[in-house]
Design a protein around this ligand. Structure first.
Ligand SMILES: Cc1cc2nc3c(=O)[nH]c(=O)nc-3n(C[C@H](O)[C@H](O)[C@H](O)COP(=O)(O)OP(=O)(O)OC[C@H]3O[C@@H](n4cnc5c(N)ncnc54)[C@H](O)[C@@H]3O)c2cc1C
Length: 299
């Protein structure tokens, strides 16, 4: 019997496990895979603050960033990059980051122009917003290391290759029989069907596919993560700023309002010698499997 059972060993499950162990609870994490293999190890590893929606998402993202900064060194997770450049190619696109930097969420951010802009992209830009808040880690390394740390430091027990078929608190019906826990949290990623399908269906979630591309290293390193001005329309934190309408179709309707496909060119030096470039978000397509090298897994 554990104080807490967590279904799913992705980042959301591990975050619950971390919080619970810090509160003194005994924790078991259950995952049907042999190791975490979902979205949590197939992403940019970009801990994003700038552009998150005011006030709750922005506040939570700052808290998440604090937790990563604290946990990463203890778990042996390298911070590969710090900070974000929001690159404005056109003068009219620079108006949005300029207004952002003047507001509450722009604390610590500054506008760069001319020689202040890092050399790799200096000549192409009207200007850039620099934020010091972001971190980037390599998720394929970070998630296993975080799990190992939870096991070693906090005694979290992991049950791998274990499917949770049904939950009737305090019982969990798993492939190997039944276990019990006082509290249960379910963090199943994009599995909308195995557990609580009716509850999940009430929220009408839509699966979306993110296509990313990993390029060979050109032999130099970007000074931080880079997001282009096309991404401004996708983030709720910029939604109310004057000047957004000038950025084209979809402006003023970030994230949830967007249908079809939207692009958010964003690139970061990758730990494995290249650059992750992307992403293109398809909201209506089922799409190829995540490890399809033409599609979502081509990182
Ligand atoms: C291409 C891409 C890029 C992204 N980039 C970023 C980024 O830079 N920054 C960022 O913050 N976010 C990013 N995201 C989003 C982020 O990756 C996800 O929000 C996050 O990983 C979701 O974590 P999770 O724990 O909910 O799900 P998952 O990582 O999918 O984990 C869910 C786990 O639950 C297990 N599971 C499900 N059902 C059961 C069951 N019944 N029994 C046992 N086990 C079960 C699965 O096996 C799986 O391991 C990106 C996503 C993608 C796809």
């Amino acid at each position: 019997m554990a104080d807490l059972a967590v279904v799913g060993a992705g980042i959301v499950g591990l975050a619950h496990a971390l919080a619970a162990t810090r509160a003194g609870l005994s924790v078991v994490v259950i995952d049907r895979e042999a190791r975490a293999n979902g979205a949590s190890i197939r992403n940019f590893g970009f801990v994003t603050v700038t552009g998150q929606g005011w006030p709750d998402t922005w506040r939570r993202s700052r808290r998440a960033r604090e937790i990563w900064a604290e946990v990463a060194p203890r778990a042996g997770i390298p911070i590969l990059q710090r900070g974000l450049f929001v690159a404005a190619r056109r003068p009219d696109a620079l108006a949005v980051p300029q207004r952002f930097a003047e507001g509450t969420m722009g604390g610590g951010c500054r506008i760069l122009s001319g020689d202040d802009i890092p050399p790799p992209f200096r000549r192409d830009l009207a200007g850039a917003l620099h934020s010091p808040h972001e971190l980037r880690i390599e998720p394929r390394e970070a998630i296993p290391r975080l799990g190992a740390r939870l096991e070693a430091e906090y005694g979290v027990r992991f049950l791998w290759r274990t499917h949770v078929r049904a939950i009737d608190p305090p019982r969990l019906d798993i492939t190997a029989g039944t276990i019990r826990a006082d509290r249960i949290v379910v963090c199943p990623g994009n599995d909308f069907l195995s557990l609580y399908p009716e509850t999940i269906a009430d929220h009408a979630p839509v699966r979306c596919k993110l296509s990313m591309l990993r390029l060979a290293s050109p032999g130099w390193r970007l000074p931080g993560a880079v997001m282009s001005d096309l991404g401004l329309v996708r983030y709720a934190g910029y939604a109310d700023l004057p000047g957004l309408d000038a950025l084209g179709p979809g402006a003023g309707r970030p994230a949830r309002g967007a249908a079809g496909a939207a692009s958010r060119p964003c690139r970061s030096p990758a730990a494995y010698g290249g650059r992750a470039l992307g992403d293109r978000v398809g909201r209506r397509t089922a799409g190829p499997a995540a490890d399809d090298r033409r599609g979502a897994g081509a990182r």
